[in-house]
Design a protein around this ligand. Structure first.
Ligand SMILES: Cc1cc2nc3c(=O)[nH]c(=O)nc-3n(C[C@H](O)[C@H](O)[C@H](O)COP(=O)(O)OP(=O)(O)OC[C@H]3O[C@@H](n4cnc5c(N)ncnc54)[C@H](O)[C@@H]3O)c2cc1C
Length: 611
């Protein structure tokens, strides 16, 4: 087992390009709320996080996978090196980059902490989940908790003294969260007795911190059925008054396909004795709305996991393809004595590598676009411009399901392509790509399966603010097309990008018509298709936007400047992606509702009974 070897690589150059050349993060720095941040700080932080991820997290990624977590005497032991890495993470403060200084953080832009997150998650996805969830719990309490709850929990969660979990799922309540049966019986003084069993709880138990703070969705007596009857409770594993166990029992941990270093636990609340929780804030039945706060960030976080693993897999494949010698160049296919060449010289390997590069860079640009909408929102609020801030927030809302769905789905697809580039070597454990593939499959399933994301987009997000967010999005795409009309390099695809925006508009109208006509089964059938159309359009747009910036930058450089290849790569990746994906969007709208209906036509899909 080659666990001591760091295999992680990431593309810092592309990260700096996005922040400072394409998206102009500079405009937000040195002003509230990022007054303490300069461009040099951002560059230095990203360099350091990269080095730290390679030195500390990369070497324990394979060990985490092979050794996994062990449940012993009712407690989970994390894989070797995880405890030391946890201490080091919080000593360096990498988790606190975007956290308010009031809670021990550094108050930086979300876009920067997302890139730091990409590196930490790419180097070790399973390890990164423990701290990611803890941060999510802290953010929920920071937003909805009472002043006492904020004082008791936030700083400790943000600084790694406590860890946290989100407990929604029950054996019979997965996607259907509203079916949860865990009970919360009032004890007075804002305290409740919690009784029930949650399953599949990530970081449900471990040895990284002395205590774990569970956020538990439960139902108070007489609460209505469904999600409206759920309330959210803070349930520490061990009582904070030092009286010992709060009777949260780790009944088992799952044996999984991937992310083996992350303990996925079955937790029993209140079965071995009284388990006491406190309501988040002071109002019952607000649980789902409160949990949504965490889920929004967690969904961005899962999209980021997809990007992180895809980015690592792509660079691994690129390195291997440059070294692995096999076969002659295709120009010499008739010459048995022709020299053998590295596989990167074969056209199909080059195609696969460019496909990976385009998806990774496009998804990174999409996620950072989302992050910067949020950063601009906060900056505009600090400047008192609430209307413009709401517009920025509208784009965040719209893009969250797109990011979660597309980045998680494509993250896995990129790892499959990476294995294909490796050939047989990719299928064995000497190389990390098979672990990347196994680790990344879960991303399209947890935090709401990707179909749930698609329903969220078409059922909720498109219609928010009377559709204004979606209209603003379409207007931005069309503005880009109009502004670049004279750009000869982008010309072959610009018209198609405009047609894709029209197709999205048409698709949304069709969905709306189906809603009005009560044809909900067509919405269920086409929701994924529509989300994918929107993702392909957005990724094409942000890649082409980057290409336009790169072209301009390259035009000022001498022919032998090393950055020229980088900028040319941006152009080729954008054109490759847009040429392949935009026609699918346009066709997608044209045939929406006409095809794909066969699954609805036959009652039992023609399978008949199992024999
Ligand atoms: C490794 C791992 C970690 C996890 N971590 C956590 C955690 O920390 N906290 C937590 O609370 N949960 C966690 N989960 C649970 C996870 O969020 C659920 O597995 C997920 O929401 C799907 O629920 P399910 O597995 O019950 O599948 P189901 O809900 O049974 O879905 C099965 C299939 O049916 C589809 N489907 C379900 N309902 C509908 C519908 N109404 N319309 C159309 N299609 C539908 C789904 O999309 C899916 O394809 C984790 C799961 C795993 C495997």
């Amino acid at each position: 087992m080659s666990q001591a070897v760091n295999r992680y690589r990431c593309d810092l150059r592309d990260m700096r390009f996005l922040l400072f050349e394409q998206y102009g993060l500079d405009d937000l720095l040195a002003k509230p709320p990022y007054a303490d941040w300069s461009k040099d700080d951002v560059v230095a932080v990203l360099d350091e996080v990269y080095r730290w991820s390679c030195d500390v997290l990369g070497p324990i990624n394979a060990t985490g996978d092979r050794v996994g977590c062990v449940l012993e005497g009712g407690r989970v032991r994390t894989p070797p090196g995880f405890r030391e890495a946890w201490k080091s993470l919080y000593q360096h403060g990498w988790r606190g980059l975007g956290v308010s200084p009031e809670h021990g953080g550094q108050g930086g832009p979300l876009a920067v902490s997302l890139l730091a997150g990409e590196m930490m998650s790419g180097a070790n996805t399973a390890f990164n989940m423990y701290s990611g969830l803890s941060q999510g719990v802290a953010e929920v309490i920071e937003t909805f908790g009472t002043p006492e709850q904020i004082a008791t929990y936030c700083r400790k969660l943000f600084t790694g003294v406590f860890a946290g979990t989100m407990c929604l799922t029950e054996a019979h309540a997965g996607s259907d969260v509203g079916a949860a049966l865990t009970r919360a019986t009032p004890l007075g003084g804002g305290k409740y007795r919690i009784e029930g069993t949650k399953v599949f709880i990530s970081a449900g138990d471990h040895d990284l911190t002395d205590n774990i703070i569970h956020l538990v969705l439960a139902r108070t007596p007489d609460a209505p059925s469904g999600t409206k009857g759920l309330s959210l409770f803070i349930v520490p594993r061990d009582s904070l008054d030092g009286s010992g166990s709060n009777h949260v029992v780790t009944a088992s941990i799952e044996h999984k396909m991937g992310i083996n270093g992350s303990a996925t636990a079955v937790l029993q609340f209140g079965e071995s004795g009284p388990c006491v929780g406190e309501l988040v804030g002071s109002e019952e039945r607000r649980g789902m709305a409160q949990m949504f706060k965490m889920m929004n960030m967690a969904r961005i976080g899962v999209g980021l996991q997809g990007l992180a693993v895809a980015g690592a897999a792509y660079l691994c494949a690129l390195e291997y393809a440059s070294q692995r010698v096999q076969g002659a160049h295709i120009k010499d296919w008739k010459d048995a004595s022709a020299p053998r060449v590295p596989i990167i010289q074969h056209p199909n390997i080059r195609r696969m590598l460019l496909e990976m590069k385009a998806r990774v860079e496009g998804i990174r640009a999409l996620i950072i676009k989302l992050g910067l909408h949020r950063d601009r929102e906060l900056a505009l609020r600090a400047a008192g411009d609430d209307k413009a801030a709401d517009d920025e927030l509208g784009q965040v809302d719209l893009l969250v399901p797109v990011v979660k769905y597309y980045a998680s789905d494509q993250g896995f697809q990129v790892t499959v392509l990476a294995i294909q580039c490796f050939g047989g070597a990719g299928y064995i454990k000497d190389h990390p790509v098979e672990q990347y593939c196994r680790d990344s499959k879960i991303f399209s399933i947890y935090e709401g399966t990707n179909h749930i994301q698609a329903l969220d987009l078409v059922g909720r997000k498109l219609g928010l603010r009377g559709g204004a967010n979606f209209q603003a999005y379409l207007a931005d795409v069309r503005k880009f097309v109009a502004a670049n009309r004279d750009n000869a390099s982008l010309a072959p695809v610009l018209e198609r990008l405009g047609a894709a925006a029209d197709a999205l508009s048409e698709g949304a109208m069709r969905l709306f018509g189906w809603f009005q006509a009560g044809k909900t089964e067509l919405i269920g059938l086409y929701a994924n298709r529509f989300l994918e159309m929107m993702a392909r359009t957005t990724v094409s747009w942000v890649l082409l936007d980057g290409a336009a910036v790169a072209l301009k930058a390259a035009s000022h450089l001498p022919a032998d400047h090393p950055d020229r290849a980088f900028y040319q790569g941006k152009l080729h990746a954008a054109m490759h992606y847009a040429q392949l994906e935009l026609p699918v969007v346009v066709d997608g709208a044209r045939f929406m509702g006409q095809e794909m209906r066969h699954s609805l036509e036959i009652p039992d899909l023609g399978f008949g009974r199992f024999e």
